[in-house]
Every structure is written in structure tokens, then in C-alpha cells.
Write a new protein. Structure first.
Length: 501
């Protein structure tokens, strides 16, 4: 047998260099194999790092460089300010799911120290993780409303609570009638009439979008490029059709508009669909009343005939003649849960009362309220456990009158609670729950008698508005399932307030 030196003499210089490199590399490999990896465990990635999260962001991920001792991670994880949640694992990734959306307008830190990897925990060594701190924030707490200030009457205004800043979004020559906010808060879809028209009225409504200047750096997407504030784009004119009610899909990619043909006065209004990047297209379906787009952005719920129809919106030919589902005994749909698993609908009873029903996707419907008054609106909280409603008390006398109030219904514990009572009748109350579920904004209006104030701003039912202020209710859930409520009038003159998503 030849000795090793004799072999190396026969190798070429390149072969000898390669063999030397192999021998050199084998040394640390053997050390690692015999003694283990001596590098510290660490967090390799944090999915919310330097991001601005919203109510739809319910879980972040910490990715580690090696398998961790899960108990030590759970015991040492700190979130400031605290955000209650649950931990789950997938290999070397830890998922932290929030119990509630993170409150808006805050900065948060996620810290982890003293946790061990799985091997160190088994060997009972004192090797701990490289200290980690990640940072993220929530979106600003901000709302929009239609102004009643003389200098900006009828214009859309953005008020940012976090920055204490007011911005007028729309130009003075457009009087805003109604609006919907895009899911990132970067744009607003609104209907308006041109004040420069000879007789500006509801028949002259056109649809526009306006930019807000907001561009949240959301998880999972590249850093945005914000557009300047107040950039207007017309979406739909009124040359051939009169534009009536409209809605924007939760994903911001589809608009549904109810339109009446100007060439056929008194004819039936039909639904049209505007998909992102496409021309308006009529939706082939039976005529109907109040409608809202479902949370999946692919279906439309509309009062049709003697019930509520669920129509498809994802048919490229616009054919919705065959409802996906039909609920025969209800007259109006008010809201869906965030995940679309349930909705609330109104039934008009033969004894002239009204009932509010919780209608799940699966299972039996449940009556929540039966009242002689009206059920004006409803909105689920982010968890789907609490329903916020605008209701009225029917006051009987020489003349019937309805006095509104705000209420909360804990669906899990079946508890009903009045939050705020108005002293006098008021039409078209606009109340909107914040995306984090911690505050409710609403308007208090004074209206003009019919025939007066012809040029005044109007509610959705066409009532002229003389004055209006915005009110804020702060909400905190107690251990017994009720709400602590603190209300205050804001120094904002306007109506139809909505929180930014």
C-alpha cells in the first residue's frame, strides 16, 4: 500500500490545493458535529417590523433561526403596550393572533429575551436567545365628514385625531352627497353635484374619487408611494343615466350603482357594476331596493320582491338573474359580520312591529329585537360579538313621532344596552363604529321644514340640514358583558361621519 505522502507527490498542484481545502473545512465541521452549533438562537424575521397595521391585521409572525423551546418563548415574550393574544407554532415560526384589533393611533414594541432553543432547554444550559426588539404602529385614528362650516359647506373633510390635523379634500364647486372609503384609506369614492349647474339637484349626481394623502405601509406589501391630497377623478357621469344609491366592495375593486335611464323617465332603476380598470356594465337582475356588497366582495345582498336575494357579482357577463340564495321573510339587510358568517336583517311584521334577526350562514335565524319603532342601521364590532344599532322609540299621542337612540347588543350574552338617547326626533342619523371597536361617532342635526332652505345640504332622504355637530362615544367592555360609555361633543361642524379603515 502506498503511503499518503507518495500519493500527494503524484497529484497535480490544483489537486493538492483542493485536497488541502477539504482537510481544512473538515475541522470546523467535526467541531460542530461533536460540540453542536455554538451560535446564539435569534429572531430571523418579524412580519410587522416597521409596518402600519389595521383592523384586518390580526396576527404577526416571528421566524427563528432554529427550533425553539416554545414554553420559554411564551414566558418571555413582551408586547408594549399589551395586546392580548394566543400563540401557535409552525416549525420555526411562531404566530401570535390578537384577540382584538390593535387600537389605532399607537406605537408598539415586541421584545424577546432569555428564551432558549430546544437543544439548550433539553441540556439545561444557560444559552439564551440574542435579545430582540421589533417595532410597529397602528394606523392613525382619523375620520371624514361632510362639512357644515360656511367656508366649506358641502365639502368632504378629513380630521386626523392622532395628528390633530384637519384637511379639506374636495373642491368648493362640488357638493358631496354620500361617500365610501377605500380599504386602505388612500382614496374616497363619493357622489356629488356641481354647484355651477343652473339647478343642481339629485338628478345631477356624478361619482368621483379623491385622494386623502394617506398611504399606510401595510404588512406583506412593498412600501407605498402616496399621492397628493385632493386629486379628483370622475368615475361615472350623468349624461345618459341618473345615478342613485351606490356601494363599494370591501376589497375596493368593485362599485355597484343604482341608475335610472334618462330616456325613460319613471322607468325602473337598474344596477350597474364598475370593476377596477373596466367600463360600467349593467347587472342583469330583477329590480330591487336597499343593497350592500358582501364581505367577500363577490356577492350582493339586495331587497328583492318579498325577501333578500344574494346575487353573484363575479360573473363576467353581468348575469345575476339566478340568486345564489334567497331569504323570503325579510325586507331589509343592514350589515354583515367581518368574515361574512352572519348578517342582520329586518322583518316587517303583520302587527306593524319590526324585528331584527341574526341570520347565520349555517343554522337557524335568531330574533334579537322586536319593536314598534324603526330599526335604522346596525354594525357589528370587529369580533362579531356586539351589534351597534340606531333605533327609535315610537311616541304615541295626537301625532306619532319617533325619537332615536343608540344601542348595543351583546349577542353572546343576549344583553341589550342603551348608549345614547336623543331628546327630539331626528332623521337620518349617521353612526359609525371605529375599526378597532373602541369608539362610536355620530351626528346630531337640526333640519329645516319642508320647502325651506332650498340650497342647504341634504340628508340621504333629502331633508335640508340647518346645523349639525359630531359626537364621540368612547366604549370599554366590562367583565359582566356591558359597556362603560363616555360621550362628548366634538368641535367639528358637519354630518355623515365615517372612520377611516
Amino acid at each position: 500500500m502506498l503511503a499518503f505522502p507518495e500519493i500527494t507527490k503524484k497529484l497535480q498542484p490544483l489537486d493538492r490545493a483542493a485536497l488541502t481545502a477539504i482537510v481544512v473545512l473538515m475541522v470546523p465541521i467535526l467541531v460542530l458535529a461533536l460540540g453542536g452549533d455554538r451560535t446564539l438562537p435569534r429572531v430571523r424575521d418579524f412580519s410587522w417590523q416597521d409596518r402600519q397595521v389595521g383592523a384586518e391585521d390580526r396576527a404577526f409572525i416571528l421566524t427563528f433561526n432554529r427550533p425553539m423551546d416554545r414554553n420559554s418563548v411564551a414566558e418571555n415574550l413582551e408586547i408594549e403596550p399589551p395586546l392580548p393574544g394566543k400563540i401557535s407554532w409552525a416549525a420555526q415560526r411562531m404566530v401570535y393572533t390578537l384577540e382584538q384589533p390593535a387600537p389605532y393611533g399607537f406605537e408598539f414594541s415586541v421584545k424577546l429575551a432569555d428564551a432558549q432553543d430546544r437543544l439548550a432547554a433539553r441540556q439545561n444550559t444557560d444559552t439564551t436567545i440574542e435579545p430582540f426588539q421589533g417595532n410597529f404602529s397602528t394606523r392613525d385614528r382619523a375620520l371624514t365628514y361632510i362639512s357644515l362650516n360656511p367656508s366649506e359647506e358641502g365639502q368632504l373633510v378629513l380630521y386626523n385625531f392622532t395628528q390633530d390635523r384637519t384637511t379639506v379634500l374636495t373642491p368648493a364647486d362640488l357638493r358631496v352627497m354620500d361617500y365610501r372609503i377605500y380599504p386602505k384609506g388612500d382614496r374616497i369614492l363619493f357622489s356629488a353635484v356641481d354647484r355651477r349647474s343652473q339647478k343642481p339637484g339629485l338628478a345631477d349626481v356624478q361619482l368621483y374619487t379623491v385622494t386623502t394623502g394617506i398611504a399606510p405601509n401595510v404588512p406583506g406589501e412593498s412600501a407605498p408611494k402616496p399621492e397628493p391630497v385632493g386629486k379628483i377623478r370622475r368615475v361615472l357621469d350623468n349624461q345618459e343615466y341618473q345615478n342613485l344609491k351606490f356601494d363599494l366592495s370591501p376589497d375596493g375593486k368593485t362599485i355597484v350603482v343604482q341608475r335610472a335611464d334618462r330616456r325613460n323617465p319613471g322607468g325602473t332603476a337598474r344596477l350597474w357594476v364598475i370593476r377596477e380598470g373596466e367600463k360600467p356594465q349593467p347587472l342583469t337582475s330583477e329590480p330591487g331596493g336597499i343593497f350592500i356588497i358582501a364581505p367577500n366582495s363577490q356577492e350582493l345582498a339586495i331587497a328583492q320582491g318579498q325577501g333578500i336575494s344574494i346575487l353573484p357579482l363575479d360573473n363576467p357577463k353581468g348575469d345575476a338573474t339566478k340568486p345564489l340564495e334567497f331569504f323570503p321573510k325579510y325586507g331589509k339587510i343592514l350589515a354583515f359580520t367581518r368574515d361574512g358568517s352572519a348578517a342582520v336583517m329586518v322583518k316587517y311584521n303583520t302587527d306593524y312591529t319590526r324585528s331584527l334577526y341574526l341570520v347565520p350562514n349555517q343554522g337557524d335565524a335568531q330574533e334579537i329585537i322586536n319593536t314598534k319603532g324603526s330599526i335604522l342601521s346596525a354594525q357589528f364590532d370587529p369580533t362579531g360579538r356586539i351589534l351597534y344599532c340606531v333605533l327609535t322609540d315610537l311616541i304615541e299621542g295626537e301625532k306619532y313621532k319617533e325619537v332615536p337612540y343608540l344601542a348595543a347588543i351583546n349577542l353572546a350574552e343576549q344583553k341589550f344596552q342603551r348608549l345614547f338617547e336623543f331628546k327630539t326626533p331626528q332623521p337620518d342619523i349617521a353612526a359609525h363604529l371605529s375599526p378597532d371597536g373602541l369608539s362610536l361617532i355620530f351626528d346630531r342635526l337640526a333640519t329645516a321644514p319642508p320647502g325651506e332652505s332650498a340650497n342647504a345640504p341634504r340628508t340621504s332622504s333629502g331633508t335640508a340640514i340647518v346645523s349639525g355637530r359630531l359626537w364621540l362615544l368612547l366604549l370599554a367592555e366590562t367583565e359582566n358583558g356591558t359597556l362603560d360609555v363616555e360621550g362628548d361633543e366634538l368641535p367639528l361642524v358637519g354630518f355623515s361621519p365615517r372612520w377611516l379603515p
